[in-house]
Design a binder for this molecule. Structure first.
Ligand SMILES: *Cc1c(COP(=O)(O)O)cnc(C)c1O
Length: 472
């Protein structure tokens, strides 16, 4: 049974004043007895003179105004908002993890061994021959991967100017191709929601540098023609790029490398339970087939007779991040994969797929296409998907992604992930169904039980307040 979220009552937006608004006393720090030169000290610092409990309560209240995966279900399609098991935090907090990245390799064997192990894990999971851990996010991984493709084409004298991307792809795919200097060729979807093979046939040419694809795609459909698609791209000397954001559906069951993909990124913060949201940090390692390995960013970790060492690939595109990437995030991904093992990863993909299909079967909204993998796009029909999403906020769940991908009108892209049990999937279905069955009037009043109620989105977009000014 879902409950109406009881933390905040109907009516006014809840307001939590800034600490400086609660108390504007200025306290004195430093002063005459400071050992620092006068030019570096100040007599007055306007910090609010509040007690520790007042400050603790302030931040706790702020955290409660925010939705999180630890508050309840968070089925934000495509984003994979998964719970992050705490043991990975313990491992990342181990003092031996906090070493300087410039330490000599022979004094950091354990840490380098872990990076090497993660390269190996990811290579095995994706069916890739070499992996870089450097990119700090999926989008950065895409950009790295396409720069690697470009370096490969340039080194082989291939004159290529276009990257083909399905219309249903994530916005970062288009941005990546454009930033790497390619023309984007947009591919329409076929009636069944998959890649239109005839349209692809017409689009590929000697100019094709790469096709970027996610599989299952952004409405959770497996591209059944993937082998034929790969052949078409390879026949014109193009490369096949795999957007790994949907890897949860495939873990242990299918490998992009075996399907014919040449390059892929892994969103470790989506698939391997490292925290994300709120702007990061994440990590977007990139795997490639053998012929592309010489172009990967530097450094890579290798295992030699002397142990683990860092090396620079011969024709490296250079650096895309400092050192080896977001080290603490990578530790968590390593710990998660190691703890789950083969059986656990198979279990994760089974539950990701089962949960999405179960939820899709329990909601009153129409769900076009199917059968699904880890996510599905329901349609709000003649209702506004964003309005329904706001109503769902009243029931202690996070709503799905709305109005994307555009191939489903008024889409509600829903990805429950493998972490939810049947009871919470039933809660989610109930929230969907109440919102869908509500009168238009009730919908327009929603949300009524959140910190902030109806937000004036037009003003927020047109007159954003992007900086904070001290009041006095
Ligand atoms: C999340 C996502 C990305 C981008 O990944 P980030 O790690 O958020 O930069 C790319 N493609 C798809 C399909 C995604 O869902």
């Amino acid at each position: 049974m879902i409950y109406e979220q009881a933390r905040y009552t109907e009516g006014e937006d809840k307001h939590e004043p800034l600490l400086s608004e609660k108390d504007d006393t200025t306290i004195n720090v430093g002063g005459d007895d400071s050992p620092l030169p006068d030019s570096l000290t100040r007599d007055e610092l306007s910090l609010p003179a509040l007690s520790e409990p007042e400050i603790a309560r302030h931040y706790t209240r702020l955290s409660q105004m925010n939705w999180s995966i630890e508050s309840g279900p968070y089925p934000l399609g495509s984003c994979t908002m998964k719970y992050n098991p705490k043991f990975t935090e313990d491992i990342a907090a181990d003092p031996s993890a906090a070493i300087h990245p410039d330490r000599r390799a022979e004094t950091a064997q354990g840490n380098l061994g872990m990076l090497y192990g993660l390269q190996e894990f990811l290579g095995t999971i994706g069916g890739m021959d070499a992996v870089t851990l450097q990119p700090p996010a999926g989008a950065a991984g895409e950009f790295t991967g396409i720069l690697v493709a470009k370096a490969y084409h340039e080194a082989h004298g291939n004159d290529k100017s276009e990257v083909i991307i399905p219309a249903s792809a994530h916005g970062t795919n288009f941005a990546t191709a454009a930033m790497a200097g390619y023309e984007v060729v947009e591919l329409p979807s076929a009636e069944d929601g998959r890649v239109d093979v005839d349209a692809l046939e017409a689009a590929v040419s000697e100019d094709t540098a790469a096709l970027m694809l996610t599989n299952p795609n952004t409405v959770g459909l497996f591209e059944r023609d993937i082998v034929e698609i790969a052949e078409m791209v390879h026949d014109v000397g193009g490369l096949l790029y795999y957007d790994g954001a949907n890897l949860n559906a495939l873990l242990g069951r299918g490998r992009p490398g075996d399907m014919g993909f040449d390059i892929m990124h892994y969103n470790v913060h989506k698939t391997f339970a490292t925290p994300h949201g709120g702007g990061g940090p994440g990590a977007g390692p990139v795997g490639v087939v053998e012929k592309l390995a010489p172009y990967l960013p530097s450094p890579q970790v290798e295992q030699t007779d002397n142990g683990f060492e860092l090396f620079e690939p011969e024709q490296s595109i250079g650096k895309v991040h400092g050192f080896s990437g977001n080290w603490l995030v990578l530790i968590k991904a390593y710990a998660y994969i190691a703890r789950l093992g083969d059986e656990g990863l198979l279990d994760a993909s089974a539950k990701a797929v089962l949960n999405a299909n179960y939820l899709a079967s329990q909601i009153d909204l129409e769900v076009p296409y199917g059968p699904f993998h880890h996510e599905f796009a329901a349609t709000a029909g003649d209702r506004d998907a964003a309005d329904l999403a706001k109503r769902m906020l009243d029931f202690g769940v996070h709503p799905p992604t709305t109005k994307w991908p555009e191939m489903v009108p008024e889409a509600m892209l829903t990805e429950p992930t493998e972490i939810e049990n049947q009871a919470s999937l039933d809660d989610l279905a109930e929230a969907f169904n109440i919102a869908f069955g509500d009168s238009e009037d009730a919908i327009q009043q929603a949300p009524s039980r959140t910190t902030a109620k109806r937000i004036d989105q037009a003003s927020a977009a047109r007159n954003p307040r992007l900086s904070w000014h001290r009041l006095k």
